[in-house]
Design a binder for this molecule. Structure first.
Ligand SMILES: *Cc1c(COP(=O)(O)O)cnc(C)c1O
Length: 475
């Protein structure tokens, strides 16, 4: 076969094959086991020697479809509750295909005014949807980890400048350690961002007033009084219990002490979409930088994240390259987004976001947020009513933190029982949920963030947990 120019294959024909496979796959998705044990072995068929002349387009794509539709984790289906993995709305999924069809190099305006303009539009829409000031600068990123990196890179630039150093040009040498403060809710990805930025993963000092990690505002206040310029990380949504830092109070502290407030709102920022949950993120509009994910609660396909920064010029100063930092004006139209974030070449990841907001609007996304919350409350009620289940944290949004606790079981065996239960759930694969350690005990923490999920799916989760728990625990 060899050279694609001479292979005689038709790209449209290959795309047609993918489109034809989509119907049966998507129809089956709500009923497939989340991971199909009978087919997982197919992943071995990916392996083999590097092909010499190649088998041609249709064979390669057909094989990938055959293996993938059977062996992939069906995490975009309605019964995947592990971690916080969003689904993909029909509009976002189709627009993701459009992104591949058009294959734009979306970093530079001269490469694709279309992609750059789409990015500017969706950033504006997202600010409006999430209640952030329209004057904030922003950039799309592959994930919330990169969005945290983006916000914290701007914080680092700001902080170094307070010490008279242009960190973009000169680096950190000679500077003291940057003070970074948070609650016990700080996410591993913020630490990863700090580690990549040369600030050190363990630089974060946490101020917690209980074993869940809730912020000790007074202790933070006292520390800020003597720390000098510091960076606060507020956590809008903690992944284990679903609780929020008091962002408004943190904004007060930042204002009073001249600190930078970065908010990790990977999923929780979307609480702003509904009046029922908006109080959880009150004050986020006062933060200096905000990070969130599109591939979680916005239900666009991987990869999708975004960062917003109050002082729009900082993005260009932290990420501008070639000694010519690009300083966008708020009304700037011809934006080169690769000067405003950690990537250079990048795909047009605005398109799925544009499509889902265009298709469903504020109302559609609000409905989804509210449905997930009510499904989580429903699951919480079922747990509270079940004598063998114990709710470990109040349901705030869509995370339900609980454990299996049949009457009469010795407390010191519960961690082991729940750990084995987590493994059994994954193996069973009718539903998918995993364990964490919350307040020192092993807990399940399903997250309901997929537009396809219904009451039936959530009820099945509760009954599978009880069924498998009873089987493991049989005295
Ligand atoms: C998921 C998550 C992140 C990291 O997001 P990625 O998209 O996986 O990079 C950061 N913070 C919180 C609170 C999260 O839930």
């Amino acid at each position: 076969m060899g050279d694609p120019l001479n292979a005689g294959d038709d790209a449209a024909e290959a795309l047609g094959m993918v489109a034809r496979a989509a119907r049966p796959y998507l129809d089956a998705l709500p009923h497939l086991p989340v991971r199909d044990a009978a087919h997982v072995h197919l992943i071995e068929e990916l392996d083999g020697p590097l092909p010499e002349s190649g088998d041609g387009t249709m064979t390669a794509v057909a094989d990938l479809l055959r293996i993938g539709t059977r062996a992939a984790t069906h995490s975009s289906g309605p019964r995947y509750f592990h971690f916080v993995v969003g689904g993909s709305t029909p509009a976002a999924q189709a627009a993701d295909w459009v992104t591949s069809l058009l294959d734009q190099a979306a970093g530079l305006w001269p490469n694709s005014p279309f992609a750059a303009r789409a990015e500017s539009v969706v950033l504006r829409w997202l600010k409006e949807l999430l209640g952030l000031p329209p004057t904030h600068g922003g950039v799309l990123t592959p994930s919330a980890t990169f969005a945290n990196l983006t916000g914290l890179a701007c914080a680092r630039f700001w902080w170094a400048r307070r010490h008279g150093v242009d960190v973009t040009a000169e680096g950190l040498v000679g500077l003291p350690r940057m003070p970074v403060f948070s609650s016990g809710y700080v996410h591993a990805s913020s630490r990863k961002a700090l580690q990549v930025l040369g600030l050190g993963r363990d630089t974060v000092r946490t101020f917690a007033r209980d074993d869940a990690g809730r912020l000790d505002v007074d202790a933070l206040d006292r520390e800020l009084a003597s720390s000098g310029p510091a960076v606060l990380i507020g956590n809008a949504g903690e992944v284990n219990g679903g609780d929020f830092d008091p962002i408004d109070e943190m904004a007060d502290l930042a204002e009073r002490h001249g600190a930078w407030l970065h908010v990790d709102g990977a999923f929780g920022l979307f609480a702003a979409v509904s009046p029922l949950t908006a109080p959880l993120v009150r004050g986020v509009e006062r933060a200096d930088s905000v990070a969130a994910d599109g591939h979680k609660w916005l239900n666009v396909p991987y990869e999708s994240g975004f960062a917003f920064v109050r002082d729009a010029s900082l993005l260009g100063q932290a990420f501008g390259t070639w000694n010519a930092p690009y300083l966008p004006e708020p009304d700037e139209e011809r934006v080169n987004y690769n000067n405003l974030g950690p990537e250079s070449s990048r795909r047009a990841r605005a398109l799925p976001i544009w499509a889902t907001l265009r298709a469903y609007g504020r109302e559609g996304h609000r409905a989804m947020v509210e449905r997930h919350r009510s499904l989580a409350l429903r699951l919480g009620r079922r747990i509270a009513e079940s004598p063998d289940l114990e709710l470990l944290a109040p349901v705030t949004l869509f995370v339900v933190c609980f454990r299996y606790r049949p009457p009469g079981v010795a407390p010191d065996t519960l961690d082991d029982l729940n750990r084995r239960l987590g493994e059994a759930i994954v193996e069973d694969a009718r539903v998918y949920a995993g364990t964490t350690v919350y307040r020192g005990v092993v807990a399940l923490r399903p997250a309901i963030v997929n537009w396809r999920t219904t009451e039936e799916d959530v009820d099945l989760l509760a009954s599978v947990v009880r069924e498998l728990g009873a089987r493991l625990h049989t005295p």
